[in-house]
Design a protein. Structure first.
Length: 322
């Protein structure tokens, strides 16, 4: 299966420059022009690291810096790489890329290729048998603080707002500088080693900020592909995507993971799930202002003016009481 489409990365490069400029503004206002210029000088010299003279000049400049300066410079480069990763993630999930290189197009291309040798019934059965088990795990050295995950998400949202072409660019750019300044002044790692419960909270942040929307979107892609290729899908015996987790229950060499800890993590996870479901129910409730319904539904709701909301209201209220 070949994909000969050329990916235009101009938007990605533009966002990397945008975030890099914002980071530079934060560094200059925080540690001064001198260190900022040192970072820029090192960055430029690094681009020509294969040149012997440039490499020697780079090492000479690094030798003149003390430990505190080296630490700040290292932080500057680390933050730039984090921001570049955010720009890259935003780019790969943007409409211009996902419509050509996203899950829908890739699966559709695979189905098209398989159609040459497989019947529609076989294709439908293969899609019905699809099962992906995403197993969440965490290690203390891999933990990104939840507060930073949320700020990274806000930066992604700012880039999305700029993409719309309807935003106040100056206002959004100022917000980006504010967020990057907050990140710069936030401790990246907690002084104390994270507990299994802390690791669980990190896991929940990943679910809330990524998987909670990505999994339903993937399922909608599968449904759209089945409709596009006129596949009569059989009933699934198991979910296409399941989320599993070792967090809070992995006892491999960690004496701190006790039955009490596992029980607490399970309670927190149930609360987190209920909270996410409640938010979605609120959103659905706001959308379902439709008054038209089947006679059966109207009878079920005692001729309520907004029958769909009448059905949903007790479900929403029950979840919120949990």
């Amino acid at each position: 299966m070949k994909n000969n489409l050329v990916l235009d990365t101009a938007a990605l490069r533009q966002n990397v420059r945008l975030l890099g400029d914002a980071l530079g503004e934060v560094i200059r206002s925080t540690v001064g022009d001198s260190l900022f210029h040192s970072i820029e000088s090192i960055r430029q010299a690094s681009k020509s690291a294969t040149d012997a003279e440039q490499t020697a000049a780079l090492f000479d400049e690094l030798k003149q810096l003390d430990a505190d300066q080296l630490l700040l410079i290292s932080r500057g480069f680390a933050q730039f790489l984090n921001l570049a990763n955010i720009a890259d993630q935003h780019f790969t999930t943007s409409k211009s890329v996902s419509t050509r290189f996203g899950a829908y197009e890739k699966i559709a291309a695979a189905v098209t290729e398989l159609s040459a040798t497989a019947t529609k019934s076989e294709l439908a059965q293969a899609m019905a048998n699809l099962h992906i088990d995403l197993v969440l795990t965490a290690h203390p050295t891999e933990i990104t603080r939840r507060t930073l995950i949320h700020k990274h998400g806000e930066i992604h949202d700012c880039l999305t707002t700029l993409d719309s072409g309807l935003a106040d660019e100056h206002k959004v750019r100022r917000r980006l500088v504010d967020l990057i300044a907050q990140i710069w002044h936030t401790e990246e790692f907690l002084e104390q080693r994270p507990t299994p419960v802390d690791e669980a909270r990190w896991s929940f942040a990943v679910i809330e900020n990524a998987l909670w929307d990505a999994v339903p979107e993937f399922m909608r892609d599968l449904d759209a592909i089945a409709e596009r290729f006129e596949l009569e899908m059989p009933a699934r015996e198991k979910p296409a995507v399941r989320i599993s987790s070792w967090i809070g229950g992995d006892r491999d060499g960690n004496p701190n993971v006790t039955a009490k800890v596992t029980r607490r993590v399970m309670i927190i996870s149930r609360w987190q799930a209920a909270d996410l479901i409640a938010k979605d129910l609120d959103a659905i409730y706001e959308e379902l202002s439709v008054t038209r319904a089947t006679p059966e539904l109207r009878a079920l709701t005692n001729e309520a003016r907004e029958p769909y909301r009448a059905i949903l209201r007790p479900i929403r209220d029950t979840v919120k009481r949990q």
